[in-house]
Design a protein around this ligand. Structure first.
Ligand code: PEP
Ligand code: MN
Length: 337
């Protein structure tokens, strides 16, 4: 971090700043220039609060040269993180396909969909039991009963299960879940993130609708700084001025997050596009961009779905998409699962 000092700032104010910095455990190197003086900081600056520095009389501006996240940073952890999930692993060059309905609606629906997903080649099952819905009058999910049905679907198929947590008060329902999802709307629910940091379960952390990649990495940092290093980042589209798609898939997030961080990266083309016909091309693009996992919504009867009917693939369409993904993986020499 470089602190640019105001011209003609008084010595006492600079000394006060230097003392403040050394208390934070960083070394402050004062460099006097002919027109501009600066302080260069050496050490771990992640705990430095920029706003308290900028508030000092002698400070003109600040430039960060190091990212504010450390645990999630590839610079401090050059190798890819590989996360153990039940009998499989995520990260490190393979591709996982997390498929299943937007919401768990009934035993018949989740089991039928799970079997179809497994037959087509999915490696994990998704399904929302606690649903974040824009309208309070829309289907809110089956809650704890939905979790029980997901566990039944896992017993039937052997697929590890992924489902979203909305409140830490529900955590006990998640004790037998393989991956806990933090949805886009909760990406900056810092109390939830901190509590999830205290457990060791893998967390699928989705990017918020209007959040930058750095904010996503800082949310991962919240979880990791409490001890849980098992994070999968998920790009699920962001809000832009475009109205033809539900969101805009930020494909550049995939290689960039992988450059900046060692954590596995998942792409959810379903919530990004919101349109069935775009799921296959966006899935293929994501694999080429380097995704470690795809999360795709599949429903045994999308027309009767209680949420996101317009973006869920039928089992037949998912099978077709999977066959394209398998061809691409063969061509790239990438293993599925
Ligand atoms: C979901 O995956 O069910 C979901 C609600 O997604 P997002 O949080 O990305 O909107
Ligand atoms: Mn959905």
């Amino acid at each position: 971090m470089i602190i640019i000092l105001r011209k003609n700032s008084d010595v006492a104010s600079v000394k006060k700043l230097e003392a403040m910095l050394s208390e934070k455990g960083v070394t402050a190197n004062y460099i006097k220039g002919t027109t501009q003086s600066i302080i260069g900081l050496v050490g771990d600056t992640t705990r430095i609060d920029e706003s308290s520095i900028i508030a000092q009389d002698c400070v003109d501006s600040i430039r960060r040269v190091q990212e504010p996240y450390k645990n999630a940073n590839r610079k401090f952890h050059p190798d890819d993180t590989i996360i153990d999930i039940s009998r499989t692993k995520i990260g490190g060059g393979t591709l996982h396909i997390i498929a299943g309905p937007c919401s768990v609606e009934s035993e018949e629906q989740i089991i039928e969909t799970a079997i179809a997903c497994k037959e087509a080649g999915a490696t994990m099952l998704r399904g929302g039991a606690f649903k974040p819905r824009t309208s309070p009058y829309a289907f809110q999910g089956l809650g704890g009963d939905g979790i029980k049905l997901l566990i039944k679907a896992r017993e039937n198929t052997g697929l590890p299960i992924v489902t979203e947590i909305m409140s830490i008060s529900d955590i006990d329902y998640f004790s037998d879940i393989d991956i806990i999802q933090v949805g886009a709307r909760n990406m900056q629910n810092f109390n939830l993130l901190k509590e999830l940091g205290k457990c060791s379960k893998p967390i699928l952390l989705k990017r918020g609708l209007a959040n930058t990649m750095e904010e996503l990495l800082m949310s991962a940092e919240y979880i990791m700084s409490e001890g849980n290093k098992n994070i999968i980042l998920c790009e699920r589209g962001i809000r832009t001025f475009e109205t033809m798609t539900r969101n805009t898939l930020d494909i550049s997030a995939v290689p960039l997050l992988k450059q900046k961080s060692h954590l596995p990266v998942c792409v959810d083309p379903s919530h990004a596009a919101g349109i069935v016909s775009l799921i296959e091309p966006l899935s293929l693009a994501s694999v080429i961009a380097g995704a470690d996992a795809l999360e795709i919504e599949v429903h045994c009867d999308p027309k009767s779905a209680l949420s996101d009917g317009g973006q869920q693939l039928t089992p037949d369409k998912f099978k077709q998409t999977m066959s394209k993904i398998k061809d691409l993986c063969n061509y790239m020499g990438k293993k599925i699962g």
